[in-house]
Design a protein. Sequence first.
Lengths: 379, 262
Amino acid sequence: MSDLFNPSEEHLALRKMVADFTAKEVEPQAEHHDRTGTLNRELFGRLGELGLLGITIPVEHGGGGMDAAAAVIVHHELSKSDPGFCLAYLAHSMLFVNNFFHVSNDEQRERYLAKVVSGEWVGGMGMTEPGHGTDVLGMTTTAVRSEKGWVLNGTKTYITNGPDAQVFLVYAKTHGRISTFLVDRTCPGFTTSKPIKKMGMRASTMSELIFEDCQVPAANMVGEEGGGLVHMMRNLEIERLTLAAMSVGIADRCLDIMVRYGRDRVAFKQPINRFGQIQRYIAEGYAMTEAARCLVYNVARSVGPEHHNRLGSDAAKLFAAPVGKTVADYAMQVLGGAGYCDEYKVERFYRDAKLLEIGGGTLESHQKNITKDLTRKLD
Amino acid sequence: MKILVTVKRVTDYERKVKIKPDGSGFETEGMNFVPNPFDEIAVEEALRLTKEHGGDVVVVSIGPNDATQQIRQALAMGAQRGILVQAGELDSDAVARVLQKLVEKENPDLVLMGKQATDDDANQAGQLLAGYLGWPQATFASKTEGLESAEEKAQKPGVKVADGWASVAREADGGIETIKVQLPAVITTDLRLNHPRFASLPGIMKAKKKPIEEIPVASLGVDITPKVRVLKYEEPPARLAGVKVADVDELVNKLKNEAKVI
Ligand SMILES: Cc1cc2nc3c(=O)[nH]c(=O)nc-3n(C[C@H](O)[C@H](O)[C@H](O)COP(=O)(O)OP(=O)(O)OC[C@H]3O[C@@H](n4cnc5c(N)ncnc54)[C@H](O)[C@@H]3O)c2cc1C
């Protein structure tokens, strides 16, 4: 009863539930929020009711008590209808909640966990800066000790959920080393910019986080001073894996759209799927989607709080991200003008797919990491 | 109150079923199975009733071992325990007889069933069960307030239970008719009774530990000899291409003389 994609009966039940929810509740609203560039806050709350916002948090702490494979399943299924909404979910549940839980103390969990697991609060994570993206260690946001706590100065950018979140995990330098802080929207000296407009993933919002002598209480430093680098690196694995899963969801959906269209569209008095060129798009799209699916779910088995697989998660995202983009492109080509216009939704998936080659690490950063890790293995 | 709810494992209504070349049944290979949608509505109604009046919901499925998946889904929605009667394909009459045995064993105050299963659409098991039990029945239960109402948003039951009676708004041909039945009774659910909830993730995790009793159908001592014999399955005839008519006269003429419908 278990297989690579549904490692247990609970995983299968989770997939069915999310697929059902996606078809009935997520799909009908996707277009509107893409057009308006807004987060569907009410629908986001529904994810809390379904217990999905704290999916990787142990049951005794009020979470779903599930693993990386389960997180992959949720991102995969949601992205079949609304990758933009799924990105807001990812920024909250993976970048904030999962990371926060594993590095916070009891007192901090007491203050924040119930709020973010229920969906009463939205969370986000600030790592990237205007001057430092891939070169994240070069970040210049600083935190200086004050009498009451910490004073933060600097700017983070491209922060998903920036306009909507009540709390952020923020990385800043203390004495030249990276530390992790919890910053509430209400902290004095904290503001967010206007929403940043983007090509795709518009059902999630994004902004800068601006710290101007921002006062953060001492109790809001997470973990030890200088512990931020480890927090960041540890969490990147599940982040990349779930981003890769989103790409598989996009590819699955685009494949479905092009297979149907190939059968139904008639040109030169025959269905276009009789043409070899169309068959190539469909067949290659299918083959690469299957390959990405197997890689992502296989890596999911070895990512968790106790085991690490940086090589695997980098490889999964490096391989899967272009698959979502390519299959969306193939689908658009198979649909011709209908693909470029909005009715068949392909143009939205096409715009959304590109982000996965950039966010959470560019393709080039995965190439860099993989080469470094493989070379290090020789020693 | 104790409510017994039935959940049948059926083929996914969103996918096309394929008939085996020899017409002996359906292709099950690669088929997706789901709980009968009408039964999900019955489970939802049972959960709302026990929330309001207290009590337990017991889910029963009659079918192959894989039907535990559909029982677990109902348990994940919030039902307390499950019973699987292990059996092959039964006709509606045999299903009603098997259920009669279970009802005698479980003594529920109410049996809630889907009005029909989306695979064979027989619409008989509920009525037959009420007949065998000698219980009152209310079929096609609906919600007078409608599915967009505040009652539905607040997850209120459409079936109103008070003082040992259930008041049921049923969808009849001419509109909605409200009848009262004395409990214990059999109620079957129509589409517009409620929006069933999704099983939540904590619900799924809890369902793992809820008990499912497995009963081989032979051990119940019920006569399950089919009363309905399936001779053969076949596809409905393919629709023929339409024709264009020149004017109304030709249309009327065709309807009269070719289609013979007027
Ligand atoms: C929609 C969206 C949502 C995002 N959400 C968040 C968020 O929630 N939180 C957050 O912290 N960040 C977020 N980001 C930021 C994202 O992680 C960065 O955009 C990404 O890490 C790349 O950084 P950069 O944009 O500064 O590009 P740069 O690092 O400036 O890269 C520019 C180009 O140079 C290449 N390059 C850089 N260094 C090297 C190298 N050493 N070798 C080879 N090539 C190199 C890159 O691959 C790229 O092609 C988001 C971005 C987007 C677009």
